[in-house]
Design a protein around this ligand. Structure first.
Ligand code: ASP
Ligand code: MG
Length: 405
């Protein structure tokens, strides 16, 4: 008998029919003799709607009240899913995050799980129930309701799988698994049978939004092997696990296009110690995360000048600009240029560590299409370039074709 954690995302529980579909799938797994814990998200669109509603009441609702509000989305789904199972004769009990023993810190709207006491879950499982746990929520040691940040149901599933020492963790979603590229943009994209945690993290961080980033980090930390697969068919999905030697034989695992970044350039920055520290401290104080950074060779006599470019998430552009503008007199740069029409194209694979010529081949593929490269950055297992946004998809197809076609 195995213990399986199955997580169903918002679209998989999007309406009554879909919830009944989940119940049938859970029943089929249970019929094999396994114990099943189900983690569910809010029905698709519900969390967004609750946020919208709150904004109609007040501009900046207190985060404590946001958590009380947002936690209702998942609480609705656990009850409905339990009912759907009971309706087909399967014993089932729903548990809120708190009831499932999920204890978090007190950082409302982006709380971190501190520990999970799975006693109640084990007791209910041993009594023959399917246990349905609300994703995305927990409670502080003092009993306050908290949520784990957008997409946090993934985290609930992974953390529960670790705490329950589950034999298997399945993340059911509306795609068949992790692909070599977004199949809506690249027709030749293929589903990957397996991928390492690090590759998954780089792809997720590069705009391939299959799963919440933090949940993959936690899976890596606690070595939770999980499978990403579809709730709408029975196709095998993608297994995400620790790197194996054979994974290095494949140079490039996947390519991703991130359209959600903007480039900010400080023009004519005096090149002297402390300037970069000041600029990026100002951004960090505003909780603005910076991705790529490029500083040019400086030019001119006297105090030489340089250009400093970096990328931030699109929604943070105005905040970043404001933080930078304050520094203008003090740091003494000449101008700020913002470019929102960029795409970040990333090539990811652990095989890059042991293969050479990857960057050359990528740049060659872009050159053949006449696509200009803005900024370039690399890590051990990733190469990212900025391209014009309007050419982003063409660039993605060309690079995919060169390595994975
Ligand atoms: N319902 C929450 C959200 O939309 C959590 C989740 O779906 O994972 O972010
Ligand atoms: Mg989700």
């Amino acid at each position: 008998m195995a213990l399986i954690v199955q997580k169903y995302g918002g679209t998989s529980v999007g309406d009554a029919e879909r919830i009944k579909n989940v119940a049938r799938r859970v029943a089929a797994s249970r019929a094999k003799g396994d114990q099943i814990v189900v983690v569910v998200s809010a029905m698709s669109g519900v969390t967004d709607n609750l946020i919208k509603l709150s904004k109609q009441i007040m501009d900046q609702p207190p985060e404590r009240e946001m958590d009380v509000l947002l936690a209702t989305g998942e609480q609705t789904t656990i009850a409905l899913t339990a009912m759907a199972l009971l309706a087909i004769g399967i014993p089932a009990v729903s548990l809120t995050g708190a009831q499932a023993g999920i204890v978090t810190d007190g950082v409302h709207t982006k709380a971190k799980i501190k520990n999970i006491t799975p006693k109640e879950t084990h007791r209910l499982l041993d009594a023959g129930n399917v246990v349905i746990v609300a994703g995305f929520q927990g409670q502080t040691p003092g009993g306050q309701i908290t949520t784990l940040g957008r997409g946090g149901s993934d985290l609930t599933a992974i953390a529960l799988a670790a705490a329950l020492k589950a034999d298997l963790c399945q993340i059911y979603t509306d795609v068949d698994g992790v692909y070599t590229a977004d199949p809506r943009i690249v027709p030749g994209a293929r589903k990957l049978p397996e991928i390492s945690y690090d590759e998954m993290l780089e792809l997720a961080g590069s705009g391939a939004k299959v799963m919440q980033l933090r949940s993959v980090e936690i899976a890596k930390k606690f070595r939770v092997v999980f499978e990403v697969r579809s709730s709408l068919n029975d196709n095998p999905g993608t297994i995400v696990k620790e790197e194996t030697p054979s994974m290095e034989e494949i140079v490039v695992r996947g390519v991703a296009l991130d359209k959600n970044q903007s480039k900010i350039t400080l023009v004519g920055v005096p090149d002297r110690p402390g300037v970069a520290a000041r600029v990026f401290n100002a951004l960090a104080s505003g909780a603005i995360s910076v991705d790529m950074i490029v500083q040019n060779v400086s030019h001119g006599s006297g105090t030489p000048l340089t250009d400093l470019s970096f990328t931030v998430d699109k929604p943070d552009v105005q905040k970043a600009r404001a933080a930078i503008d304050v520094l203008k007199a003090d740091v003494g740069f000449q101008d700020v240029a913002v470019d929102e029409s960029i795409g970040k194209l990333s090539l990811v694979g652990v095989g890059m560590r042991s293969h050479s010529g990857v960057a050359a081949k990528m740049f060659e593929a872009l050159a053949k299409e006449g696509i200009n490269i803005g900024m370039i950055s690399t890590s051990e297992i990733k190469i990212s370039v900025l391209v014009e946004l309007s050419k982003g998809e063409q660039a993605l197809r060309a690079v995919h074709n060169a390595f994975l076609g």
